[in-house]
Ligand binder design. Structure first.
Ligand SMILES: [Zn+2]
Length: 389
């Protein structure tokens, strides 16, 4: 049975890449290796829309992936991400009339962004996330934090601004989500900010971020299409964070702002369709390239390691090192130290554990962290080459 495009609603999605079974819980780490090895797999069968270049996992099963407080997809342990997030808060506070306003933050993580936005912009806020593990209720910042999905029913607080960072792509029904927010806005002026991984990057590269929790893959064009089809105006859109993220600012019941900027058009869509056409072969070639690279490094007596045990790292390990031949996997998040990664069972160590390992090659899967990790290696006294996968 074919599925009609979630973004533009005007064409059936066409299958183009089958990645097979991949880890479902790439943001979970386990206390024992056995638990990690028994962690479930789910199918990733990508389909694209020939009209708007939207991409979706056609095999996604929402019952396979239930979010709870044991999951840790937090990006805030990285200084590069913290800096980026702090600049975003300043940008939003200066661009929008947020003083005294109420912000709805859907998929608020551990509340870092919402607290900072309330603090800097002088707004109030309600944050919702099933992965939120902190104290529930009002916070001194002006934020009220809820552990659970945003109900988006009549109990939803009246909001002036809605934010959702790195959550929209996880939804089984992203269009229905935007339609519901539009209904809740009613005839009030409401603005918003959505941030997602940029599919222009993910589908033009190896695709380490093509992970089970990501149901949708939005490029510039399809992101605007889904926003507009749900009844919102696109106020602004663009790439962020070394091109790995993409934002769209949305509005309803406000005068159209004349930014003078050109919104994404058919030429952007066609570029994305080209990336999609080459993805299956590229993905397979990258997987083989990294398997043989690890072979070569080991044969030369090196102790190659992976730095970064987030979702990209988990997907890389599943595809390129399923037998656990890397000498170590390290991460800056102390909550992961000593714990085991899903499906492959790699144990995560601290970066400091690299000092005595004698490694000459450190693999990273996220070029946005290249400088940060390079600096950290120098501070540890580890003289190794950074290899960007
Ligand atoms: Zn479409």
């Amino acid at each position: 049975m074919s599925r009609i495009c979630d973004a533009c609603g005007s064409a059936a999605l066409v299958p183009f890449a089958d990645l097979g079974p991949i880890p479902v819980f790439c943001g979970v780490h386990w206390a024992s290796r056995d638990e990690a090895l028994a962690s479930p797999l789910g199918d990733m069968r990508l389909g694209y829309c020939p009209e708007c270049a939207y991409v979706r996992n056609l095999a996604f099963d929402p019952t396979a992936l239930v979010y709870d407080t044991t999951m840790d997809t937090n990006l805030h342990h990285s200084p590069a991400f913290q800096t980026f997030s702090a600049e975003l808060v300043k940008h939003l506070a200066s661009r929008y009339p947020l003083a005294g306003a109420t912000v709805l933050d859907i998929g608020c993580g551990q509340g870092e962004f919402l607290r900072e936005l309330c603090h800097v912009a002088g707004c109030r806020g309600h944050g919702y996330d099933a992965m939120y593990a902190g104290p529930v209720g009002p916070d001194p910042s002006g934020a009220v934090l809820h552990s659970g999905h945003a109900p988006l029913d009549e109990t939803t607080p009246t909001f002036d601004f809605v934010t959702s960072r790195h959550w929209f792509e996880h939804l089984d029904d992203p269009h229905g989500f935007l339609v519901r927010l539009r209904e809740l806005a009613g005839d009030r002026p409401v603005r918003g900010y959505l941030e997602v991984p940029d599919a222009c990057y993910d589908l033009a590269t190896a695709g380490w971020e093509v992970i089970y929790p990501h149901v949708s893959y939005f490029d510039a064009y399809s992101l605007c299409r889904i926003v507009e089809r749900a009844g919102w105006q696109v106020a602004e859109t663009g790439p962020l964070f070394s091109g790995m993220f993409r934002f769209v600012e949305i509005a309803v019941n406000v005068p159209a702002s004349a930014t003078g900027r050109k919104l994404p058009g058919p030429a952007d869509r066609d570029r994305q369709l080209e990336s999609i056409a080459g993805f299956d072969n590229r993905h397979a070639a990258e997987r083989e390239h990294w398997r043989s690279t690890i072979d070569r490094l080991l044969a030369a007596g090196d102790q190659p390691v992976l730095w970064g045990a987030g979702s990209r790292g988990v997907q890389f390990l599943h595809l390129a090192d399923p037998d656990g031949r890397l000498a170590a996997v390290v991460d800056v998040n102390p909550r992961k130290w000593g714990r085991y990664l899903p499906v492959t069972g790699h144990q995560v160590g601290s970066p400091a554990s690299l000092t005595d390992l004698g490694t000459r090659s450190v693999i990273i899967t996220n070029p946005a962290y290249r400088n940060e990790i390079g600096t950290a290696l120098r501070e540890l006294g580890v003289n190794a080459e950074l290899l960007v996968a």
